[in-house]
Design a protein. Structure first.
Length: 547
């Protein structure tokens, strides 16, 4: 039976609750425990799949095809435990489940209320698979006091009452602001936040306080006294130069020990932090640096491409170099020559995206990389644009386009070499879609296999010929153009097992030009960099030696 750790936040948002949860998960693993992490989000969207990445950050996709919050990416990157559909839920999904049951008559004529029906639904979700791990870490999105969050806080309060006395603990993440004028670290916002928590029946066992420096004894004792926690359960969460220092840093600050103490686990198993020492060493002791240009559309929000930037960092760690990421809005290249901006880049990456805006700029970036023999990595839309570029400029299909684009549907001259996929095979099932389907949850989502051509660069990079990678797209390169494009020199080096869907393309006569229809960035870990990212950065290192 699992022990449960509920992680809540207060004072302000964006304190890094997801990261703290992930780092704690890693520390418990380092002590030999098995863990699973879950995110409960109070917003009313059924899932984040339809939310704009500039508003909410990237959508993280699990193997089993759930579109989830980006925090699940942190959980996976820190623990290596593949997240599942049942690790992420929103208030929208909870309410939708409750209303569905009400319509079916499952509640036998009862009046449906937040307590107990909504809270029961949340509690059932929390306990899914509770027998599988030693620790279940559940993070509640938002901050204490948010109206939407109340049913979640009430549910975890009830949940802890339903369980044995030492089976659940609460960790609260807050901020200790430093007032420069008076030179003081302020504990009052944390006191208020804890007061708010206690008013709804939750007493925190551990306080993780974000602060610019260490917490002096006086403030620590004050926090302990007013918030009713032990002084050594007040943990300083310092700003870090890399998130991958978090496990080591939180360990030094006593986080995992405080958590085990709260569960009264004694003696606590000793931690083995070798994995994180190695990760930290690779990051801090880089032996050079390279410049990667990322040409995308959602460049104004750092979190929009979270997994991409993390996977590039991992690729850097694999090669012991620091990766400088230069972000470009692809629309820029529709007005200006990419050479002005991309000269000096050791590699170019075009990530996934949706809609027509900025796509001509991405095609220009692909052309620049192909012509100048600069390593190019096209991911999902980035692959589709590389194929359109190849079609237009090397295979005589001057009007190649994608059905995703308005100009294609309104212009008969355009040849849609990327088309809307209407049916495909998933395992033993046939999935069917229509252009008028709902937008939410209807893409080709989750893990699918691909078969790689023997002797291709990708087969070499993966060192095998069958792979499984995560997908999230509606459109697909049309296999019917394979022959024509291959005559021009482009190689279709990875296909779906039935041979109908192009999964990978590459230019064999180029130092490194690969496009993939899937999202390899989602599976990269700091301690296990994705082979494509590691090899891409290696190619960039080779170029940097030439420039
Ligand atoms: N918009 C493209 C599609 O749906 C690419 C999606 C993506 O890059 N994730 O096929």
């Amino acid at each position: 039976m699992a022990r449960f750790i509920f992680i809540t936040g207060g004072v302000v948002s964006s304190l890094g609750k997801g990261l703290a949860s992930a780092a704690l998960g890693a520390l418990l693993q380092a002590r030999g425990y098995t863990v699973r992490l879950r995110k409960l989000d109070p917003y009313l969207n059924v899932d984040p799949g339809t939310m704009s990445p500039v508003e909410h950050g990237e959508v993280f996709v699990t193997d089993d095809g759930a579109e989830t919050d980006l925090d699940l990416g942190h959980y996976e990157r820190f623990t290596g435990v593949a997240a599942r559909k049942t690790d992420s839920i929103s208030a929208g999904r909870i309410y939708s489940n409750v209303l569905e049951k009400e319509r079916r008559g499952d509640y036998l004529g009862k009046t449906i209320q937040v307590i107990p029906h909504v809270t029961d639904e949340i509690k059932n979700f929390i306990s899914i698979g509770e027998d599988e791990v030693d620790f279940m870490l559940c993070e509640i999105g938002g901050t204490v006091g948010d109206i939407e969050g109340l049913p979640f806080f009430e549910a975890i309060r009830q949940f802890s009452q339903d369980k044995a006395p030492d089976q659940c603990i609460f960790m609260h993440l807050t901020l200790l602001p430093f007032i420069t004028a008076s030179g003081e670290l302020k504990t009052k916002p944390t006191q208020h936040s804890v007061k708010e928590l206690r008013a709804i029946g939750i007493a925190p066992d551990v306080l993780l306080c974000r602060t610019a420096g260490s917490i002096p004894t006086k403030e620590r004792e004050k926090l302990a006294l007013f918030c009713n926690v032990r002084p050594n359960a007040v943990i300083a969460g310092l700003d870090l130069s890399t998130i991958y220092d978090a496990p080591l840093d939180y360990h030094r600050a006593g986080l995992d020990q405080a958590v085990l103490d709260a569960f009264r686990i004694s003696p606590a198993p000793r931690p083995n932090l070798k994995r994180w020492e190695d990760v930290s060493d690779r990051y801090h002791n880089a032996e050079g640096e390279i410049n990667v240009a990322i040409v995308g559309k959602y460049t104004q929000m750092e979190d929009s491409y979270k997994s991409i930037s993390e996977a590039l960092t991992h690729g850097g760690m694999a090669n012991r170099v620091h990766v400088n990421m230069n972000w470009f809005d692809s629309e820029l290249f529709e007005r200006k020559d990419p050479a002005e901006f991309l000269t000096g880049s050791h590699a170019i990456l075009v990530p996934g995206g949706f809609g027509e805006r900025g796509t001509e700029g991405k095609i220009k970036a692909a052309q620049f990389a192909r012509d100048r023999k600069i390593p190019y990595f096209g991911i999902c839309l980035g692959m589709q644009m590389a194929v359109i570029e190849a079609a237009r400029n090397t295979a005589g299909l001057q009007n190649a386009g994608s059905e995703e684009f308005e100009t294609t549907s309104t212009n008969d001259d355009i040849t849609p070499i990327v088309y809307h996929l209407k049916e495909w095979i998933h395992g033993n099932y046939k999935i069917e879609r229509d252009i008028d389907d709902d937008k939410g949850g209807t893409m080709r989502l989750g893990s699918y296999s691909a078969v790689l051509t023997e002797g291709s660069r990708v087969a070499d990079v993966y060192n095998r010929t069958r792979i499984d990678e995560r997908h999230r797209h509606r459109y697909e390169v049309d296999i019917n153009f394979k022959e024509q494009l291959e005559k021009a020199g482009l190689r279709f080096s990875g296909l779906s097992p039935d041979g109908k869907l192009p999964e990978i393309i590459e230019w064999p006569d180029h130092p490194w030009f690969i496009g993939v229809q899937f999202h390899p960035e989602l599976k990269s870990k700091p301690f296990d960099p994705h082979p494509l990212f590691a090899d891409f950065i290696k190619a960039a290192c080779n170029i940097s030696r030439l420039i």
